[in-house]
Design a protein around this ligand. Structure first.
Ligand code: NDP
Ligand SMILES: N[C@@H](CC=O)C(=O)O
Ligand code: NA
Length: 364
């Protein structure tokens, strides 16, 4: 019997999403022997595990081996050389939120290394980086998938691509695009009852693994702005950056310059009154506040901010970290195609990354 083909997997980032991905990868490797998935590199920001002869790293013990490793991570160029010198197909899984790693995607792709990632930074950075990524992919044939960069594992990107590729005309995309913001507003300003303190919920969202590594990246609205930048570009609008349209920040002015995310979380309770006022103003009108975004393709307008909703509105009655994303298109008319479900969390995000990996494997 012929030996199974090998595909080398390199993982950058082993935090909340990275750990769940590793465990899903282990199951996948066990149940799908062909091609044989060989873990040949894994790293956090400080430590790495790999060997010059590409000996497989055991899926079971990868995290403990990583914790006790004295190897330093390879810089992107060295990692690209290491993977392309193997002679086997390789897939890079970027489970970080690093801009530095994101900027190296064109390099990896030009060396024939495919990429799957939940990291938004590459696709919502400069429009030039976006163009460089997709032209490197087109030229080398290496693939790039990033489903979990919007709506975690929910099929948001694949749906939008299908709409566009089949010739539908996207008119508007709107909804709740942040698992963290959804969780915060659903518990701080529920449709019934009085809700809890803003700062306590922010702390909880971080503990549950919903926030970005630094929760200020959620609260300043930029995480949602990044997602809308990605969707707008896929819908055909060449949005220059996530700061090129109006974005509402929920960071109190007094905390704009604190040095770290930890110091920010420590001081946030002193400013709970500010969010309380926003909530009470909506309640006086019988409404609730929610954090939403929209892309109007026809008028080329993108915006991110707080809006008031009737308690019976589907956006008001979301639960937990749920996202809800409505696609208004020519074919779907006035009844939009709607996607709803958990928009953050390690397992659901890793599911999007693992399913992207399967899509790449099917085409290698
Ligand atoms: N959490 C969620 O619900 C969702 C997350 N995402 C995206 O998934 C990605 C990961 O999120 P999450 O797992 O929650 O984040 P974590 O902070 O839990 O993990 C990040 C990991 O990346 C590592 N890392 C950071 N920078 C580098 C670098 N330059 N080189 C190597 N490793 C690096 C960190 O290492 P160290 O510990 O040493 O710093 C850590 O292992 C982010 O891009 C996020 O936006 C997308 C959808 C949902
Ligand atoms: N921090 C993000 C994670 C997913 O993209 C969110 O809360 O939505
Ligand atoms: Na998604």
């Amino acid at each position: 019997m012929a030996a199974a083909r090998q595909v080398y997997i390199a993982i950058i980032g082993a935090g909340g999403v990275g750990k769940c991905f590793l465990s899903q990868l282990e199951q996948l490797a066990r149940h799908r022997p062909n091609p044989e998935l060989v873990l040949s590199y894994i790293t956090t920001s400080k430590k790495a595990v790999y060997s010059s002869d590409y000996s497989p790293i055991s899926f079971d013990s990868a995290l403990s081996t990583l914790a006790s490793s004295s190897q330093a991570p390879l810089e992107p160029l060295k990692l690209a050389e290491f993977l392309s010198a193997s002679g086997s197909k390789a897939i890079l899984v970027d489970n970080t939120s690093s801009q530095h790693v994101a900027e190296a995607y064109p390099l990896f792709l030009s060396r024939g290394i495919s990429i799957v990632t939940p990291n938004k930074k590459a696709f919502s950075g400069s429009y030039k980086l976006w163009q460089d990524i997709f032209s490197a992919s087109e030229q080398s044939g290496a693939l790039v998938y990033h489903e979990s960069s919007v709506g975690a594992g929910l099929p948001v990107i694949s749906t939008l691509k299908d709409l566009v590729d089949t010739g539908d005309e996207v008119i508007k995309i709107e909804g709740v695009f942040s698992g963290t913001m959804s969780f915060l507003f659903n518990s701080f300003a529920p449709t019934s009852g009085s809700g809890s303190k803003w700062s306590a919920e922010v702390k909880k969202a971080k503990e549950l693994g919903y926030t970005e590594p630094d929760p200020r990246d959620d609260l300043n609205g930029l995480d949602v702005a990044r997602k809308l930048t990605i969707l707008a570009r896929l819908a055909g609008l060449p949005v220059e950056s996530p700061t090129s349209f109006p974005v509402k920040s929920l960071i109190p002015k007094e905390l704009e310059s604190v040095a770290s995310g930890d110091e920010f979380l420590e001081k946030l309770p002193e400013f709970d009154d500010q969010m309380e006022e926003t909530k009470v103003a909506a309640e006086r009108e019988g409404k609730v506040v929610r954090f939403v975004g929209s892309i109007d393709v026809a008028t080329k307008q993108v915006k991110v901010g707080i809006e008031w909703f009737d308690r019976s509105h589907p956006i008001a009655s979301l639960k937990g970290s749920d996202n809800i994303i409505s696609f208004y298109t020519k074919r779907y008319g006035s009844n939009p195609l709607i996607i709803q479900g958990a928009g953050a969390g390690g397992e659901v995000t890793a599911m999007g990354v693992t399913s992207d990996l399967l899509k790449v494997l099917a085409q290698l």
